[in-house]
Design a protein around this ligand. Sequence first.
Ligand code: NAP
Length: 664
Amino acid sequence: MTPDAGSLAAPPVAPLTVPYDDLFWRDEYEPITESDDELARIVERADLPALLAALAAALGDPSILEGDLRPPLTVVDTYAQPHGGMTPVQVDRARSVALAALRRLRAGAIRSVGVLPAEQVDAILDFLTNGQPEYWPSLKHELDLAPDKNGTPGFTYADVAGDREFSVLVVGTGVSGIAASYRLLQAGVPFTVIEEAPELGGTWWKNRYPGVRLDTPTFGYSYSFAQKTDWPHQFAEGAEIRDYLVEVADRAGITERIEFGTRFESARWDEEAAQWVVALAGPHGTEERRFHAVISALGQLDRPHIPDFPGLETFAGRAVHSQDWDETVDTSGKRVVVIGTGASAYQIVPAIYEEVAQLTVFQRSAPWMIPADSYHEPMTETFDWLQRKVPYHGQWFRLWTVLLGIPGRFHTVTAEEGWHGVPLSVSAKNHEVREALIARMAEQYRDRPELLELAIPNYPPGAKRMLRDNGVWAEAMQAPRTTVVSSGVGRITPEGVVDGDGVLHEADVIVFATGFKASDFLDGIEVFGRRGVELHDYWAGDSRAYNGIAVPGFPNFFLIYGPNVNGVVAGSGHLMMERAAEYAVRAVGELLRRGARSLDVTEAATDRFVSWVDAGNRRMAWGQDYISNWYQNAAGRVVTIWPYTNVEYWAATETIADGDYTFD
Ligand code: NAP
């Protein structure tokens, strides 16, 4: 690549204006025509804090949120508490308040709601958060009705750039790439977005294995700027999220800007021009193009890891990694071996075990599973009624879901110094959770003690990513045609997989549910920053980025969902990705506003950030010396995981602070 090659190219953008900053905003809801009895039945089944918030907002009357009704927001150990932990007395009272308010809504034929006065927003948030104002800024990001809903770029290109030429490359069209594209559109910054695949959706386009779905609640997994509320499932199926992402990109006008089938091969910083010279391999070969900034939205979990098992290449049947599954993979009536018991296997196995001729599951470590009875359930009829008829109810429920996730399960996975239960638990609470989860498994495997023994993990809860359990995994493990192998993979032969005891498990299909090269960010892509330093050489196996976004010596280069920002026991990952995308766009705005050509994060700011997240991760079950997981790099440092809540990330990404960057 020659440093002066390539042309500056990004189509101009007319700033996108979206009412309420929500592509799914609804002006009017359906009329309430139900009788009092019918309304009482709805209230009986509704989630009360979200409903009360919606009613207070629609009536413009926060006085219905009586002080005694505040949900206590009980922390969740194993089972989630309904209504945010409200007591039975509170529930009773809340129901009669909600019923009276619904009648008022019906009597007043109130079918819409708009931006609320700031004090009403604060009163409702005060109620929902049980008086925790530190949550409010991130919640206002999600709240169309807040006059200070935040998230929009806060500048327009025309205002800050004048007639200066500037263009941004967005790499990838998963959740992060679409978020970045949307915010750039709003600001009117010229950009190009590329996608290697033929369609958008990132991980949700790639992962099509049987059973693929969200394993976190659907209502905590959508854009603040595209608040869909008619989701069919409590934990959305993969195709539902894919369709949603397509719809968001269409509504925003992003789709027509995507260059599909185009791969980001390499980038080289041209110091003199203050531009990235990027090699893009597309349908017409590789070409070099120049951009002033690059936003990499490549994600953490997209480069499959297939262990180097001896004899791997000799297998005569079909071998497929979970992410590469497509419609040509047929397991029906076949002998199937699944290697791995992580989140992907955990969805594949229950989806196929009844239709295969024989299933062998190779388990190296048993997974911890958190109870989630509604894991495969549709949204309820009651919820559907509420999201159609009570103005903005679905969005309040979404906000409530995000809010409940903020404190998450940290208290169950934080290590206690000197705890005697190591290496099976990290604290008294962690031990308590361990015992509760084992009791649940004992019930599930009551007739199969030999399988129960295999099902109990030999490491603390939270040391690896915990899965959602409604009992289907245990059912699949005990099915007559299923065999669980725990002696390891010895080798692969043309006929199948030989286990650690030398027993051959014949197979027509081998599924590698063996995970991803998560700690190798931008694996396979060369990025040469200042003084020609290559990003992976700079990292030397230890990926680090300020706020997970910026790397010293790589000016105007931003990572979304980069190192150390993946939350695993708390908070909305979706919100983290959006926030990082917004930060990158705000950084571009700041650059333009200052008339600078580049901004480069300092080593000091990066070191400070890395020390902070390291300290956090060291306190967690997953950061203990005796644990190994995909969160860590080869040296054992946790490089993928965010050890705090959304609130801390919010604060960390509040400003593009002067001392943290040099502007040239
Ligand atoms: P994973 O969690 O890394 O699981 C890989 C599995 O393969 C583990 O059971 C691992 O055992 C096993 N394995 C790896 N190397 C092995 C070897 N040499 N021999 C035997 N077994 C081996 O990968 P994943 O299941 O694809 O999930 C990765 C992440 O993707 C998840 O944690 C989650 O963040 C995300 N994900 C999300 C969803 C969702 O939201 N619905 C679904 C799927 C994935 P060990 O545990 O012993 O290492």
